[in-house]
Design a protein around this ligand. Structure first.
Ligand code: PFF
Length: 460
């Protein structure tokens, strides 16, 4: 048993990079194009933007507020702050913290399935496996890879081990250092790919699909999917940002940090759309092709262009990087819970969390096989985990988080958290007080009502 000394992020840049690292991931590069493709392109994009900025960003701020106020992970934070003025010893709010940790665990389990593929495909790209192949052969490679008896599992476990290695090193030396190195690299690679995709013949049709909204496609299902996607993409509703918030020092402002990350995340999702849709349309691939968009369309595109070997390699490197900084934040939620609740050392907690995740995660990977018995009510176990977390656990978690910050936390504590780190003199101080009050209003009234309406709509 070892008591942990709490670390902080070392700099404002470090916080933004680490939080952006959590937010930017498969959700942007793999899931966003799949969702946009399946839900009508431009119509989905508009709903997504409104939800990400009007509900997602205030929710990110709310999570930071809880984390920094309590200086603990989700379970401890809800236990501490949930006691309220009456100071009860037990509070049901602690359950919201547990819900977050369970949700992080389930996401990490299926997320590392695809994370493993990114690693496997990085290897394939390096070994030039796509050279001279047509669409059928490249699709067959994907089926063969996901159906291989052990390769996707080994890749998944290797990815988990890499994640555990970084998390075990701690907040500053592990998470912050790696994020600062990997995030700028990710942006540069995205921009290179974007330029390449836009110069393909027929790119305009893909852009039209992504940007021209067809409102006849706007169904309640599209709105719920956009809510699920924005929560997933911004890493909200399950305590990852409560955990990262607990490492933010008082001299940093939570509102500007959250807003910068939300904007960066949305920007990268759009960039991913600009990379994938023009390429897909250019090669006559249906935009709703799902997983195959990233794992078959792009390799096909790359191997038909000059310098394709290089572009393919950097694309999968990009996926590995983006995924790693997200798995780090998911494992960190579990590690914080284990160190704070069970007093394990960071290394022991990283190992225990990794082993637990591996057990469920391998089942998710196996369920991807064509003839897999791991199906529950017609869904693969992988899809079930994705569905349950994005459409149920994250919205419920998000709703409880905004209700907690809006109605349970003391008004003064919350306003203090929102304005701390901003200039506190003259008209700047008045402006910052106005901003804090407006955000509190959104968190108290608008966000809960919006989440509830969207959520109930999906149940009916
Ligand atoms: N935001 C990540 C992505 O877009 O890929 C996924 C994710 C990471 C969700 C961390 C939740 C989380 F806590």
């Amino acid at each position: 048993m070892k008591e942990q000394k709490r670390e902080n992020f070392g700099s404002k840049l470090g916080i933004i990079m680490a939080t952006a690292g959590s937010a930017l991931g498969l959700g942007n590069i793999y899931r966003f194009p799949c969702e946009a493709g399946a839900n009508g392109g431009g119509a989905f994009l508009i709903v997504y933007l409104v939800i990400a900025l009007a509900i997602g960003t205030p929710l990110m701020i709310a999570e930071f507020v809880i984390g920094r106020r309590a200086k603990q992970g989700p379970i401890g934070a809800f236990r501490l702050l949930g006691r309220g003025r009456e100071g009860q010893r037990r509070t049901p709010w602690t359950l919201v913290g547990y819900l977050g940790v369970v949700c992080a665990f389930l996401i990490l389990a299926f997320y590392t399935t695809v994370a493993g593929w990114t690693l496997g495909y990085l290897g394939k790209a390096a070994a030039n496996h796509f050279s001279g192949q047509d669409m059928t052969q490249i699709s067959q490679q994907f089926t063969d890879f996901t159906n291989h008896p052990w390769l996707p599992i080994v890749c998944q476990l290797a990815f988990l081990a890499l994640t555990a290695f970084v998390v075990a090193r701690g907040v500053k030396q592990g998470i912050e250092r790696w994020s600062k190195l990997l995030m700028p690299l990710l942006l540069v690679i995205m921009v290179i790919l974007c330029v390449k995709s836009l110069t393909l013949p027929g790119a305009a049709e893909g852009l039209r699909f992504l940007f021209a909204p067809d409102f006849s496609k706007l169904t309640p299902h599209v709105i719920v999917s956009a809510l699920g996607q924005s929560f997933f993409s911004l890493s909200i509703g399950m305590g990852a940002l409560i955990t990262y918030g607990s490492y933010i020092s008082r001299s940093d402002n939570l509102v500007t940090t959250a807003t910068s990350v939300a904007l960066a995340d949305t920007f990268v999702a759009i960039l991913a759309g600009i990379v994938i849709f023009p390429a897909a349309f250019s090669f006559g691939i249906r935009p709703e092709a799902g997983a195959s968009l990233a794992f078959t369309t792009l390799p096909l595109v790359f191997q038909q262009m000059t310098g394709g070997y290089f572009f393919c390699l950097i694309f999968f490197l990009l996926l590995v990087i983006a995924t790693l900084t997200s798995t780090i934040s998911l494992l960190e939620v579990i590690v914080t819970a284990l160190t704070e609740e069970l007093h394990l050392s960071r290394t022991a907690a990283a190992i225990a969390g990794t082993i637990g995740t591996a057990v469920i995660g391998v089942l998710a990977t196996l369920s991807f096989r064509t003839a897999s018995p791991i199906h529950i009510s017609g869904r693969s176990f992988f899809d079930l985990l994705d569905h349950v977390t994005a459409l149920y656990l994250m919205p419920i978690g998000g709703l409880l988080i905004v209700l907690f910050v809006g109605w349970r936390m003391r008004r003064k504590d919350m306003l203090d958290e929102l304005s701390s780190g901003l200039v506190s003199e003259g008209s700047a101080s008045r402006a910052s007080r106005f901003l804090a009050t407006s955000i509190r209003f959104i968190i108290r009234y608008i966000a809960p009502v919006a989440i509830l309406v969207i959520f109930i709509n999906q149940l009916t």
